[in-house]
Design a protein around this ligand. Structure first.
Ligand SMILES: [Zn+2]
Length: 354
């Protein structure tokens, strides 16, 4: 992870674990750790930390914490053992989250359609707190070159990958404590963390595989030239041996034959080694998990279909200023084209009859 992310992680993880953290300026932080935490992490209870090498040079009493530092590993381990990661809260004002009935209806009409129904009517709205996740994976690619990188997966609380939301979320001012204006707002329950992690890992593995292809592509030129050189060398060697064999007398023919076979075997072995050296392996390991908690507006509408008044709830996300599409009543996937079947809204995904 980039150093600024390490800083965010370390400071937040220390606070979440019960440390008192005080910023002394740019990339310089004092932390007072409870004794059990300090001994669990194997560090002193009083820490002065920096995440910047220049700041470290000016403050020789500060510990420079970078990628791979034992403190980062110990904090990751601690965070893992808590099975939750840590939480950040969006410090939004209630006004930013409000949405009038007209705007709510126009967003709904733009993103969801209802079959055999009259235009929806706005009923009510309620504020909730919902969690999204930022899950970091460390990926090691091993080939002729060795590369390490981070893959960060943004995901909602039900495991849907938020492809566009990441940069937008990263820009928000997040705080470590629940802002007072949201203290009485009810929480929505996320899916179990193990399930979310498993989904994030599948996504990260997919990303890593395509990255591995890209890394191999850049090594490919070097591979081709090494292989061509090797092939040319053995071609010449074998040709020379063949010429000698043609001119050799009986006494030398066996020796030359042996050398020819050995050169052939040598060539095959070295070409196989070269292939192996340029094969890309990758290994994905989980690094951190951050819950990003922010308000949502639960919008309730009524849709009239034939003679029935049917309810539909949709969540509005003030951070992205978008509606989260409702979920199909059968498979649970986001659905934008809904039909009422018996007692639920079903998406086009699960409708056999068109
Ligand atoms: Zn479905």
């Amino acid at each position: 992870m980039p150093n600024s992310e390490i800083e965010t992680f370390v400071v937040a993880a220390l606070e979440a674990a019960g440390a008192t953290v005080e910023s002394l300026g740019y990339s310089l932080t004092d932390a007072v750790l409870p004794e059990p935490l300090a001994s669990k992490l194997g560090v002193s209870a009083l820490l002065r930390l920096t995440f910047d090498s220049e700041v470290a040079q000016e403050n020789t009493d500060a510990v420079l914490v970078t990628y791979g530092h034992p403190l980062v590993d110990a904090l990751v381990e601690h965070t893992l053992s808590e099975r939750r990661g840590f939480q950040l809260y969006a410090n939004l004002t209630p006004e930013v989250c409000m949405l009038g009935p007209d705007r709510a209806l126009s967003l709904l009409n733009r993103s969801v359609s209802f079959r055999h129904a009259r235009p929806p009517q706005f009923r009510s709205s309620q504020t909730l707190l919902a969690s999204d996740l930022s899950i970091g994976f460390r990926v090691r690619y091993q080939s002729a070159t060795r590369v390490e990188e981070f893959i960060n997966v943004w995901m909602d609380a039900h495991g849907t990958v938020l492809c566009d939301a990441g940069p937008l979320y990263a820009q928000q001012p997040w705080t470590f404590r629940l802002p007072s204006q949201w203290a009485k707002v009810p929480f929505t329950t996320p899916d179990p963390v193990d399930q979310l992690l498993a989904k994030a890992r599948v996504y990260a593995e997919g990303q890593a595989s395509s990255r591995a292809q890209a890394i191999f592509a850049s090594d490919r030129t070097q591979y081709a030239s090494e292989r061509a050189r090797m092939v040319a060398y053995y071609e010449q060697t074998l040709k020379d041996l063949k010429n000698k064999l043609a001119a050799a007398d009986d006494a030398h023919r066996d020796t030359l034959n042996g050398r020819y076979q050995a050169a052939l075997a040598d060539r095959d072995r070295r070409l196989a080694d070269l292939d192996a050296a340029y094969t890309v392996h990758h290994e994905v390991s989980w690094d951190y998990l951050v819950w990003h908690i922010s308000p949502r507006l639960l919008l309730s509408f009524t849709v009239q279909s034939r003679d029935r008044q049917l309810p539909i709830d949709v969540l509005y996300n003030p951070l992205t200023r978008t509606l989260q599409p409702p979920r199909c009543g059968q498979c649970g996937n986001p659905a934008q084209d809904l039909s009422w079947r018996r007692d639920a809204w079903i998406g086009a995904c699960c409708l056999q009859d068109p």
